[in-house]
Design a protein around this ligand. Structure first.
Ligand code: GMT
Length: 377
């Protein structure tokens, strides 16, 4: 492929979730750099809608087929089939699979069908730490990781965990996630914040897909402690299985009047850009992309010392870390900076400096492009 344009297919989860966001943001940047990018999936990725233009990225929908004898729709086979079509029609050089299963498995299947297209797999976490360790998926996950032409992980924690869980020796390159600090920045319009909170209120925020691993109950416990000490409001952005429990707990803790469940939406920069503090008490998190997006908006993070979070959030510098479930420590940390304007200002600036200085697209995207080129040598 020399130094000319690359022809890249991308497989990713399309719903609200960090891996699909990373895949989309990367695909957009790779396309903007003059390469040919084709997303293949059951539906258009969450953040891609409205973003693609004539220069791409393009989106190809995986077809379905209902047949009386099939008791299931077999989406991985349909994905491998659709990807094979795209590889042959578009002259794809490589497929970037975000997640070992099902995406790298489907990409390897298409590679074997077409006899072309290298496979680069990016591990995001859940495939390794939750799904992949299930006996029902362990061999397929290990196979996908071992047979990909190149494998990356979004944190050192995840790379180490993958080697340990699967007993894999192969090279796993760590390429951190990134944030576009032009888009994710402080919102300067004071009216935007006034529509959500009173000037004297601290505005706390949590964004996730409300799965048990996110410990949204801890978000409410921390917020209730903060709100008992100072005027405060909480924005809960996202949707998922724990939402009803979270609403119930907010009622029980007496903070439902100051908690807003806003549901799920892709353009979170506007809401992050008016917030004061991001809460991420997850029991496991391979990276914590939402926290990085908050930091880019000058929002310090109070998080659990779990997984790869300490590779993004430095305790006492751009946020605070506490042990998983230690809601008292998290509330104390939150109160300590919300009550000290000077300390808060320093942390907010440090959060932005971390995002811009260590996780800029200009630093990260070339690492993926270099990996793409190396695979094709
Ligand atoms: O955790 C989620 O809510 C979604 C999940 C996904 O797979 O989309 O996110 C994972 O990938 C993100 C992007 O690399 C990381 O920032 C998240 O930390 C990671 N989630 C977990 O490890 C639980």
């Amino acid at each position: 492929a020399g130094q000319g344009p690359l022809h890249v297919a991308v497989l990713c989860h399309t719903g609200a979730g960090g891996s699909g966001v990373v895949a989309t943001e990367l695909g957009l940047m790779v396309a903007a750099a003059g390469h040919d990018v084709h997303f293949v999936g059951q539906s258009m990725p969450f953040r891609l809608a409205g973003q693609h233009s004539m220069r791409g990225p393009y989106f190809h929908q995986v077809g379905g087929f209902a047949y009386a004898l099939f008791d299931q729709p077999y989406p991985e086979l349909a994905a491998a089939n659709a990807l094979s079509d795209v590889i042959l029609e578009q002259g794809i050089d490589l497929t970037h699979a975000h997640y070992a299963i099902p995406h790298a498995s489907a990409a390897l299947h298409a590679q074997s069908i077409t006899g072309r297209s290298r496979v680069i797999t990016t591990l995001h976490g859940t495939d390794v730490t939750l799904v992949g360790t299930e006996p029902a998926f362990k061999r397929t996950t290990r196979h996908a990781i071992e047979h990909s032409d190149h494998v990356t992980a979004v944190s050192h924690f995840l790379a180490d965990q993958t080697r340990e869980v699967f007993g894999i020796e192969r090279e796993i390159e760590v390429i951190y996630n990134f944030v576009d600090s032009e888009r994710f920045r402080r919102v300067s319009d004071p009216g935007a914040r006034l529509r959500v909170a009173q000037p004297e209120e601290a505005l706390l925020i949590h964004i996730s897909n409300f799965r048990p691993v996110k410990r949204v109950q801890d978000v409410l416990e921390v917020f209730a402690r903060v709100a008992s000490e100072m005027p405060a409001r909480l924005l809960m952005v996202g949707d998922g299985p724990e939402r009803p429990n979270a609403v119930e707990l907010a009622i029980k803790l007496g903070v439902i009047g100051r908690t807003h469940f806003l549901g799920s939406f892709p353009d979170v920069q506007g809401i992050l850009g008016i917030s004061d503090l991001f809460l991420l008490p997850s029991s496991n998190e391979s990276f914590g992309l939402a926290a990085l997006e908050a930091m880019s908006c000058e929002v310090p993070v109070v998080a659990a010392r779990a997984g790869g979070i300490p590779e993004v959030v430095s305790d006492g510098v751009n946020g605070f870390l506490a042990e998983v479930g230690d809601v008292d420590a998290m509330a104390d940390a939150a109160l300590s900076i919300l009550r000290s304007p000077e300390r808060y200002r320093q942390m907010a600036q440090a959060a932005r400096a971390t995002a811009v200085g260590e996780f800029a697209p200009e630093l990260i995207v070339p690492q993926y492009l270099a990996a793409y080129r190396r695979m094709l040598e």
